[in-house]
Ligand binder design. Structure first.
Ligand SMILES: [Zn+2]
Length: 166
C-alpha cells in the first residue's frame, strides 16, 4: 500500500506531538549510518524508499537519482531528527525538501505564577513555537504525486533494517 492521504497526514501529525519529538513512538529515530555487517541502514532505507517510489520524487513527480535524494518528512522531523516511521518519510529531491523545510520561532512568552513556600513568583515561559517558513505537516495537496509515498516498510524497526543497497 502506498499513498499519502489526509487521514494519514492527520495521524502522523498526532503522533509527532506538539513539539515534533514523537513522544512514545519507538523506533522513530534516524537510522544509524553504520551497522556491524558493514552496511548503512540509513542509506539502505533511502535506497529502498526510492526504489519503492519507482525512482520518482513524490514532491514533483520527476525522476530522482539516489545520490540526489534526501529524506523528506511528512510531519516534520523536529529537534530530535526523529519521525522515521512508515508513511512519514520518503526520498525526495533537494529543491522540494528545502522549499518545504519548516522553520519555527518561539511564540510570545507566557507569564505563569509559581508558588514556592507559599510565596507567589511570576515566571516567564517561552510560548508555543510558531511556524514562520515552510511546511510542518505535509498533506496530499503539497505533493505532485502523493500516491508515491511508501506507507509500509519491510521492517518498521529502523535499527533492524536489513536493506543495504549501497
Ligand atoms: Zn521533487
Amino acid at each position: 500500500m502506498t499513498g499519502l492521504t489526509m487521514a494519514l497526514s492527520a495521524y502522523l501529525r498526532s503522533v509527532a506531538g506538539p513539539e515534533f519529538t514523537y513522544p512514545g513512538v519507538t523506533g522513530a529515530g534516524r537510522p544509524s549510518n553504520r551497522h556491524p555487517s558493514g552496511g548503512s541502514p540509513r542509506r539502505g532505507l533511502k535506497a529502498w524508499l526510492l526504489a519503492a517510489q519507482g525512482g520518482l520524487c513524490p514532491c514533483c513527480g520527476e525522476g530522482l537519482a539516489l545520490a540526489e535524494a534526501e529524506f523528506s518528512h511528512v510531519a516534520a522531523r523536529g529537534p530530535k531528527v526523529s519521525g522515521f516511521i512508515p508513511g512519514n518519510v520518503y526520498a525526495g529531491c533537494r529543491a522540494g525538501n528545502s522549499r518545504m523545510a519548516p522553520e519555527w520561532t518561539d511564540g510570545p512568552a507566557v507569564e505563569a505564577t509559581m508558588y514556592v513556600g507559599g510565596e507567589a513568583h511570576t515566571v516567564s515561559l517561552p510560548g508555543p513555537k510558531v511556524l514562520i517558513k515552510g511546511v510542518d505537516v505535509q498533506t496530499p495537496d503539497h505533493l505532485g504525486r502523493p500516491d508515491l509515498v511508501p506507507t509500509e516498510w519491510p521492517c518498521q524497526t529502523t535499527g533492524g533494517f536489513r536493506v543495504y543497497a549501497d
